[in-house]
Write a protein that binds this ligand. Structure first.
Ligand SMILES: Cc1cc2nc3c(=O)[nH]c(=O)nc-3n(C[C@H](O)[C@H](O)[C@H](O)COP(=O)(O)O)c2cc1C
Length: 308
């Protein structure tokens, strides 16, 4: 194992250039929903970490702070309380784990001290959650704990969901069981802002679509599976698999029901979807901006043994 296995590359990280204004920094943090971001020099070297607390103290000490002033003042003026300590890409995993104990993310530098990305505590935990032994007990079984912790998430940060994450979700989704193994389910991935916005307008309970980074639309092929009941079941199994994969990746999502023909016709016309396809459901997903408690154990009155 190497630090690279955990690296979130620079292109996917929200960071701020040292020549930015305070307003730009506040906006970046608000958009991405982070409370701390790396501060970089113009040549890409790591300088330190700007936190919400640093900004608040700075603003508190300014008697005449307003939006215009925030635009003029450089982020260089802000006193940083504690910089996240960076790690060299070739450092040992042990060194990185030690740093992860004291900070939410660890900046990673290459041989020339250039910032190349971060390793988040969540990425480390997510990785190990997926590799914990499944034999000992159900308490630490990663599949069961993912199932139990999944909740519908309807608010998302603006952090991007990567292609790699999408591909993992699609693999898990389409590995679902299907009646007679006919595998009649198709998934159309929607990222386009304009299409998402139009789609949102056609749904009654899908307003979260505009916040979501990605919408997965799940179609059943009515030619491949003529039995409506089976097709519905097959699509539902795919949707649930996708929701669990999303949870396992540390992302958040909600199942959006589609009983409304309006949604279907809009998508079909705009995106050249074959007529034999039927839209059975959608999933809005992104990086979670809300947390929910798990449901807990199965309700006593909903489980029956041998007789009702
Ligand atoms: C078939 C189906 C359709 C759903 N449709 C919507 C929807 O259109 N909008 C929405 O916000 N949630 C929708 N949900 C999510 C449910 O509201 C949610 O699962 C339920 O409130 C339980 O919460 P939990 O997912 O956090 O356990 C749907 C769930 C299912 C299974």
């Amino acid at each position: 194992m190497h630090i690279l296995n955990f690296l979130k590359p620079k292109a996917e990280v929200a960071y701020i250039d040292v020549n930015s204004s305070i307003r730009q920094c506040v906006e970046k943090m608000t958009i991405h929903g982070f409370t701390a971001i790396p501060l970089l020099a113009s040549d890409g070297t790591y300088i330190g970490t700007i936190t919400e607390g640093d900004l608040l103290w700075f603003i508190k000490n300014q008697t005449d702070m307003d939006l215009y002033k925030a635009e003029e003042l450089s982020i260089k003026e802000v006193k940083r309380r504690r910089d996240n300590i960076p790690v060299d890409i070739n450092a040992s995993l042990e060194q990185m784990f030690k740093l992860a104990l004291r900070q939410n993310f660890t900046p990673v530098l290459d041989d020339r001290k250039m910032f190349i990305g971060i390793v988040t505590r969540r990425d480390i935990l997510t990785y190990y959650q997926g590799h914990v032994s499944t034999s000992d007990s159900d308490v630490i079984n990663p599949v069961i704990s993912t199932i139990l912790s999944r909740r519908s998430i309807r608010h998302y940060t603006q952090e991007k969901v990567t292609e790699r994450e999408i591909n993992k979700i699609l693999d898990a989704a389409l590995a679902a069981p299907s009646a007679k193994n006919r595998q009649p389910v198709h998934i159309l991935v929607l990222r386009d802002e304009k299409i998402k916005e139009e789609l949102k307008e056609t749904t009654k309970y899908g307003k979260m679509i505009s916040e979501a980074q990605v919408v997965l639309t799940v179609f059943g092929d009515t030619k491949q599976e003529a039995n409506e009941f089976y097709l519905n079941n097959d699509c539902s199994a795919v949707i649930e698999n996708a929701l669990l994969a999303i949870e396992a990746l540390g992302l958040g999502a909600v199942w959006i029901g589609t009983e409304n023909e309006k949604e279907t016709s809009f998508l079909f016309e705009k995106l050249s979807i074959p007529q034999e396809m039927k839209l059975y459901g959608m999933i809005a997903l992104g990086h979670p901006l809300e947390e929910k408690a798990p449901h807990g154990s199965a309700p006593f009155d909903k489980t029956h043994f041998n007789h009702w």
